[in-house]
Design a protein around this ligand. Structure first.
Ligand SMILES: Nc1ncnc2c1ncn2[C@@H]1O[C@H](COP(=O)(O)OP(=O)(O)OP(=O)(O)O)[C@@H](O)[C@H]1O
Length: 290
């Protein structure tokens, strides 16, 4: 990749003009490089634009997320990763000043269709947040709540089975099996995050969204969650936003690089971290900005 003044300016877009970089002027952001599309898509996003009041946070993003893959979303702070992720299960609907345009499909059905009920949608596309947020209820109730409200069980024995199975899949069962009726909030941060993952799994989602799920955790708890992601990807489709490039490299099969609301590059994770196609991706992964 050549070094020239235009290229160098990309590393510090504010430096010369004091204005955000004009992507059109640099011929950037007109088209995502790499492989944003796939024939095995579980979810497809087309021409997504997202605004907070008049400010545009996502610009014309199109991307497919495959069945049983772990897709990592990376990029500098404020580039729109979380906004994009929240569009995948309409969590942005809960933000008053947020407007979403474009199409997002799950198994080829538009999730923004006016007849789409968001409650079953969010059971099919679950989300785990940055900060573990167990309900102020017992460990058991945290996991049992979703299956109960979604009417997935009719008998107590069935519920017990789902709770145990979900806690096992979240790699937490052995640590909590003797204290299922103590408060979820008494667990350590890492255990609470695994409890939140168990809660998400309990309603049999097809896709799990994770928004920086390890940022509040220590390295040991982080390693547990990362191992878990590899196991979960055998049964679920996972999209994860992470600030940690090491984490993206460790857990994901494909990586999407966002920059100032644009999707710059999507490629196999190994390719992104060893031989990125776009100069902006290269600048980011080599630590020249972000
Ligand atoms: N509720 C909101 N109201 C107004 N602007 C918002 C809101 N949420 C996000 N934004 C803006 O939208 C842009 C994208 O934010 P977003 O949180 O999606 O980025 P991000 O890449 O996830 O950032 P970070 O890595 O810092 O979490 C930013 O400019 C942010 O300030």
């Amino acid at each position: 990749m050549n070094s020239n003044s235009g290229y160098n300016r990309l590393f510090d877009p504010m430096a010369e003009t004091g204005q955000p970089l004009d992507f059109a002027q640099h011929g950037l952001g007109q088209r995502t490089v790499g492989n944003p599309f796939s024939e095995k898509a579980k979810m497809s996003v087309r021409n997504l634009n997202v605004y907070y009041d008049d400010k545009q946070a996502i610009h014309d993003v199109s991307l497919d997320i495959n069945r049983n893959e772990v897709m990592a979303m990376i990029g500098p702070s404020g580039c729109g990763k979380s906004t994009f992720l929240r569009c995948l299960n309409r969590m942005n609907d809960t933000i008053d000043n947020c407007k979403v345009e474009g199409e997002v499909t799950l198994d080829e059905k538009n999730i923004y269709h006016r007849k789409q009920d968001v409650v079953p949608l969010r059971a099919r596309v679950g989300i785990v947040f940055q900060k573990p947020n167990p309900f102020p209820k017992s460990i058991y109730e945290n996991v049992a709540y979703g299956p109960k409200i979604h009417g997935l069980v009719s008998r107590r024995a069935q519920l017990d089975e789902i709770v145990e199975d979900s806690l096992r899949k979240a790699s937490l069962w052995d640590e909590v099996k003797d204290r299922l009726f103590s408060p979820g909030t008494d667990l350590s941060g890492g255990q609470q995050q695994r409890l939140c993952i168990a809660r998400t799994i309990a309603v049999s989602p097809e896709v799990i969204l994770m928004d920086e799920p390890c940022s509040a955790l220590d390295p040991i708890a982080t390693a547990r969650i990362e191992e878990l992601m590899a196991e979960l990807s055998q049964n679920f489709t996972i999209a994860i936003v992470t600030h940690s490039m090491q984490q993206a490299a460790r857990v994901s099969t494909r990586t999407a690089y966002f920059h100032m609301g644009r999707l710059i590059e999507v490629n196999d994770t190994r390719r992104v971290f060893t031989n990125p196609e776009h100069e902006l991706t290269e600048a980011y992964i080599t630590g020249r900005f972000g």
